[in-house]
Design a protein around this ligand. Structure first.
Ligand code: PHE
Length: 514
């Protein structure tokens, strides 16, 4: 049984988006992040190209969009952040809410480190001739991969991280107003840049080899289980689902506003952007001879090695500045959304003023990011000499946060919402406003199809990781991937799960005002 609507909404004075477009832009800004130029091309390439794109779109329809819609309904009916909203559905639901936000906070902590790399790259691209010294010797930003390795071993990483957090703080301090303004400004700029880059990339020698690789379906790949599981985890990452963000953003809607329409529009916009980014990135990768990411290669190869490596022609540095500033914009509107999801949850629970909450949350996640900028060499990891502790941790933790954390949260969310709140009620809530009405049978998508899709994906992830050891993405348990056999493949995920559960438990049990 679910509580009546009035008690769900009672006594809430919340911020609100100025316009519905503001909401859509903000959600898009959250979804469309570094994932488009970092995870998406890397996953597509390491899994063999075209079929992955098709599988991604199928899983988007079967799993991704139902999850987005469910998070929207949860936020707009309860008008609370994720933990408070789930608490209204079931009293233990709050634990899941905090678990989700803690996992997403870890994600944001290392995500901002990567935005910090982009800040430093933009700076070096802007000053032609500026060299970065390090273990690989003096390197210009186009001297790849030497520049990248030098950066990993440099305290400049911390400088980048601090700059990123200052920008996030300023935007989030002003709440929905700040976010809405920032995203409205970034939206057209980002599209113009990515389309322009795709057109430029088409004209490069070797462009057709890159496009062939990206789009040519090889039907045998449809039988690769890893494709299907990666499509699900990547869709969660890309759609900012399983992070509590969509619920927080929907809780700022003045009243139920075209939820179905918004879920479809934002998800498709995000996928289109990623697809366009692929059109730009693969021809360039082909041109740079980097088409096939070897198993175990880190996710950074495309954005931070292939791109700058080809910008050696006259004026290339200007393109570098544009590309890396684009990455900074992309990343910041995503990071801000997660900070906002946590800020809202803390304000709901503890009734703190916004300013104090933003300061505490920003400092906390900034601090959590420090291990990921550790520039000391980590010796003996699969014989690699150019790996720092920071990059090693980042790669491994990224894997668990994405492949397990987001997907597990998504599964429980769908089970609670589909079966405790009611799949039928979700469809009714979504249909309450807006011209686009879902048919009644759509409730089975929420109750059955999406959860089963997630369960199958999780089973494939576990199978490929622990039983077959054949996963080609991610670090950890698989032979040939750095960290395997050193003991860290147990210590790091072990610590990750213990810390998340303990932190979520404490936050859940603390006495609040809500
Ligand atoms: N959707 C984002 C992306 O594609 C991921 C993300 C969202 C990361 C929110 C951090 C916070 O990059």
């Amino acid at each position: 049984m679910s509580p009546p609507e009035e008690s769900l909404e009672k006594g809430v004075a919340r911020e609100a988006w100025i316009t519905r477009m503001g909401f859509i832009f903000a959600v898009w800004g959250s979804m469309t992040g570094l994932g488009n130029v970092w995870n998406w091309p890397y996953r597509v390439s390491s899994l063999g190209g075209g079929p992955f794109v098709i599988i991604y779109v199928i899983m988007l329809a079967l799993v991704g969009i139902p999850v987005v819609l469910t998070e929207f309904v949860l936020g707009s009916t309860t008008r609370r952040g994720f933990p408070g909203a789930l608490k209204r559905i079931n009293k233990n639901g709050e634990f899941l809410g905090w678990f989700c936000l803690c996992n997403a906070a870890v994600l944001t902590a290392f995500y901002c480190v990567i935005i910090g790399w982009a800040v430093i790259y933009a700076g070096y691209a802007a000053v032609p001739g500026l060299v970065l010294d390090g273990p690989m010797g003096p390197a210009l930003f186009t001297d790849q991969p030497f520049f990248f390795v030098n950066l990993l071993f440099s305290p400049l990483l911390l400088v980048g991280l601090v700059i990123v957090w200052i920008i996030i703080f300023v935007i989030d301090y002003f709440g929905t107003r700040g976010i809405e303004r920032a995203v409205m400004l970034f939206f057209p700029i980002l599209w113009i840049i990515i389309i322009g880059m795709a057109i430029w990339a088409f004209m490069l020698p070797g462009a057709s080899a890159g496009l062939n690789f990206y789009l040519n379906p090889d039907p045998t790949q449809f039988l690769n289980t890893e494709m299907w599981s990666t499509a699900v985890s990547l869709s969660f990452f890309k759609l900012s689902a399983g992070m509590g963000i969509l619920t927080a953003y929907a809780s700022y809607l003045p009243r139920k506003g075209e939820l179905t329409n918004s879920a479809i529009t934002t998800s498709l916009l995000d996928t289109t952007f990623a697809f366009t980014a692929g059109l730009a990135i693969f021809p360039i990768a082909a041109f740079a001879g980097l088409l096939l990411a070897p198993p175990g290669a880190s996710t950074v190869a495309f954005a931070f090695i292939a791109w700058p490596g080809v910008m050696i022609f006259p004026g290339g540095n200007i393109l570098g500045v544009i590309f890396f500033i684009m990455m900074v914009f992309l990343g910041i509107t995503s990071a801000v959304s997660l900070v906002e999801a946590i800020v809202t949850a803390v304000i709901d629970k503890f009734g703190w003023p916004r300013s104090r909450t933003v300061i505490v949350v920003v400092l906390l996640i900034f601090g959590m990011g420090l291990p990921f900028v550790n520039w000391i060499e980590a010796p003996g990891l699969a014989g690699a000499t150019d790996v720092t502790w920071g990059l090693f941790l980042l790669d491994v933790v990224d894997y668990y946060v994405e492949f397990y954390g987001l997907v597990i949260v998504g599964l429980f969310l769908m089970l609670i919402m589909g079966w405790v709140y009611g799949g039928g009620k979700i469809v009714d809530d979504a249909n309450e406003s807006g011209d686009f009405k879902l048919p009644g049978w759509y409730k089975w998508f929420i109750k059955i199809v999406a959860p089963i899709g997630i369960i199958i994906a999780l089973s494939f992830i576990v199978l490929n990781n622990f039983i077959l050891g054949t996963a080609s993405v991610g670090a950890g348990f698989n032979p040939g991937i750095y960290g395997a056999g050193t003991g860290y493949e147990f210590i790091i995920p072990g610590l990750w799960i213990v810390i998340l559960v303990v932190a979520a438990f404490i936050l859940w049990r603390l006495k609040g005002v809500d």
